[in-house]
Design a protein around this ligand. Structure first.
Ligand code: ADP
Length: 248
């Protein structure tokens, strides 16, 4: 009976996930189709073309984020750890994040002046950043500021990545459940409940940790700790390293 119950709960969760994803995708496809339709009916030289193209770009960005999320959760993406600088991950993702978060959200970055190196999979790091940033946006329906910071904690050999928002914050009851797969307070089609479960899985696997501080009505901070890597990455293969001059 226990097994049967667990199985039916699992099936319900899978059904909810599939339904949510199908709903999300359908919405995004509707936006793309609608914009394409409008573009086709525009008289030549019409100036609203740009805004329809932006709509399409926005929908495609969200669809990309959604598929990355699902792939990361199902761990179909092979993990390819390399030595990476968190500062470079943040700046590399900045334009995608800006589009994903929209113009009511200000993105503020506060990066360490030195590289903050970790040994991790690039896709995983991007996933962490994207999931935290999208959650921050959703917690600020009337807009606000997301602050993304990096810092080395050399004493403890940790690299730190922090994402803070000026949003709604969360109650202790919600906070206790946020890392559970499928836990979401968002309406159907808006959330899968997989974002933080994925972040948690990645950070755990990397030997790091997550700290959450949240105050209702003020905002939330997610601080990710990852094992710090002191050595710079090797030069890219194929590049010749100049030989040291021979000493006599
Ligand atoms: P989803 O975003 O699909 O709901 P997540 O696992 O990413 O799934 O988040 C689970 C829940 O945690 C959210 O539904 C929300 O209630 C809460 N949450 C996550 N991030 C924040 C945040 N920055 N501020 C307030 N609540 C948050």
């Amino acid at each position: 009976l226990e097994d049967e119950l667990r199985h039916s709960q699992k099936m319900e969760a899978v059904g909810r996930l599939a339904g949510g994803v199908a709903h999300d995708f359908n919405n995004l496809l509707t936006i793309v189709t609608g914009s394409v339709h409008l573009i086709r009916s525009l008289p030549p030289g019409d100036t609203s073309l740009g805004s329809y193209v932006d709509e399409i770009q926005g929908a495609v960005d969200r669809a990309t984020a959604l598929t990355r999320q699902l792939l990361a959760f199902s761990r179909k993406q092979p993990s390819r750890p390399e030595i990476l600088d968190l500062n470079e991950i943040v700046t590399g993702l900045a334009s995608l994040l800006r589009r994903l978060l929209g113009n009511r959200v200000t993105i503020h970055t506060d990066l360490a002046t030195e590289p903050v190196r970790v040994r991790a999979d690039r896709g995983h790091l991007e996933q962490i950043l994207m999931n935290l940033a999208v959650n921050a946006r959703d917690a600020m329906p009337n807009g606000g500021t997301v602050t993304i910071a990096t810092a080395p904690d050399i004493a403890n050999q940790f690299a730190r990545l922090t994402v803070s928002d000026t949003g709604t914050g969360m109650s202790d009851e919600v906070k206790a459940k946020i890392f559970e797969p499928f836990f979401t307070t968002k309406e159907i089609g808006k959330g899968t409940g997989l974002g933080l479960a994925t972040v948690h899985g990645i950070v755990q696997q990397a030997g790091g940790g997550i700290e959450v501080t949240s105050t209702l009505g003020t905002g939330t901070t997610f601080a990710i700790r990852l094992p710090w890597c002191s050595t710079p990455p090797p030069p890219p293969s194929g590049t010749l390293t100049p030989l040291a001059p021979l000493s006599a």
